[in-house]
Design a protein around this ligand. Structure first.
Ligand code: T4K
Length: 378
């Protein structure tokens, strides 16, 4: 590769997929005509039904964002005491436990998938442990079979943070059908989004009433409030955006596959760079992030040096997930946050870099990004 000119416009880690504005406008006209803006309106109902099919879920409930959805997942299962989770995630994951008055127990991660290491979960279980909150990091499914095996043996609940895993399937089965409940995020930065939004999917249909009550203040009817709920409702403007966007997702995935292939072409085989995003047999990928790992000793530059080099060239890659959650001031005092027991996660947090990844990323921009990473445009 020869030296290439710098990018003119900044390149961010992602660029939201947006529907044709006319299609969205038509939907908004219907919302205006109905005067129904929120509280389980027709767009909400239609999106809920469509997403239930798309995600191959048995039951689904939509939310105003993924974090509140995860809060309600814990509430609906009445989780308490301690829950085993991963430190290698977005702050929302452990914070949701804290907001539910649950103590997170941090478990180290698998060096390849960067998901919770299912083999280590058992060693953390105490009489207070009531559940496992695992994350399908960057859309790669956790070891769902092993996790369920441990959960069944110790009668633990399993909640999956599937924020990155829209459309992921294992052998044709929707990833959101594993465990007790799964949470999907529909934030603007996600493949499918409603600007802000989220969903819970679950197999037990008895949970539907409870979850729907919890996201609407616990209101059963005009004269009965059944439980202390919160406001977790998705509104009609969000739902209309989701409906307008659903038809764009397959095309975006095809484009993202091409972007991923181009990155692999330039970065594959470079000593010291590992491509975290791998297409696995039997798994339908999410195409949510394209993440690499940089080993400073083998590659010759650290992740932080590459990150700075990209920034100087107007390219805003992200260190997902650094700092590690177990090193936040709120959690570092916990015995399970000791880095000695979380060596794989601490190493990963120093080496990962999420590269710009979206369908409209041009071949020439991908080439420039890779040039800069490799050190030819420094
Ligand atoms: N669990 C996990 C494992 C998660 O990753 C997340 C969220 C959650 C739970 C919680 O779900 P939500 O409550 O959010 O539904 C972003 C997202 O805000 C966050 O949703 C996401 N994970 C996380 C991984 O990424 P930041 O702090 O990196 O966002 P920000 O604003 O820096 O955006 C990243 C880049 O995206 C920007 O540099 C530019 C681009 N961008 C962003 C927005 C918001 C746009 O082009 N347009 C936009 O509207 O967290």
């Amino acid at each position: 590769m020869s030296k290439l000119p710098a990018v003119s416009e900044p390149l961010f880690v992602t660029k939201p997929v947006l529907p044709d504005l006319n299609i969205y406008f038509e939907m908004l006209k219907e919302v205006w005509a109905s005067s129904r803006l929120t509280n389980n309106g027709p767009k909400h109902s239609l999106l809920e039904a469509n997403l239930k099919d798309t995600l191959k879920a048995k039951n689904i409930s939509l939310f105003n964002n993924g974090t509140i959805a995860l809060m309600i997942a814990c509430q609906s299962l009445q989780l308490s005491g301690e829950v085993i989770t991963t430190p290698f995630t977005f702050p929302a994951t452990p914070h949701v436990l804290t907001w539910n008055n649950i103590k997170p127990l941090f478990c180290d991660i698998d060096p390849l998938t960067l998901n919770i290491d299912a083999e280590r979960i058992e060693s953390l279980i105490t009489p207070q442990t009531k559940g496992i909150l695992a994350v399908h990091v960057f859309g790669t499914p956790c070891d769902v079979v092993k996790i369920q095996e441990v959960a069944d043996r110790y009668k633990l609940r399993v909640v999956y943070d599937a924020a990155h895993a829209f459309g992921v399937e294992i052998g044709g089965r929707g990833v959101g059908t594993y465990g007790d409940i799964s949470m999907f995020s529909f934030h603007a930065t996600k493949l499918f989004h409603t600007a802000e939004g989220g969903a819970l999917t679950f197999n037990d249909e008895n949970l539907k009433t409870r979850i729907d009550l919890l996201k609407n203040f616990g209101i059963k009817n005009e004269e009965e409030v059944a439980m202390p709920g919160i406001n977790g409702k998705m509104n009609e403007i969000q739902a209309a955006l989701g409906l307008a966007l659903l038809g764009c997702i397959d095309a975006e995935k095809i484009k993202r596959k091409k972007v991923a292939d181009a990155y692999r072409h330039y970065l594959g085989g470079i000593e010291g760079i590992t491509i975290v995003f791998q297409e696995l047999p039997d798994v339908t990928p999410s195409y949510q992030y394209f993440v690499i790992r940089i080993s400073a000793s083998t590659f010759g530059s650290s992740r932080d040096e590459v990150f700075d080099r990209l920034r100087m060239n107007n390219i805003y890659a992200r260190k997902y997930f650094f700092p590690l959650c177990s090193n936040y001031p709120s959690y570092q005092h916990l015995p399970t946050a000791n880095p000695v027991n979380l060596q794989v996660a601490n190493n990963a947090a120093k080496e990962v870099l999420a590269l710009p990844f979206y369908g409209d990323l041009s071949d020439s921009d991908i080439e420039k990004i890779c040039h800069i990473i490799i050190g030819k445009n420094s």
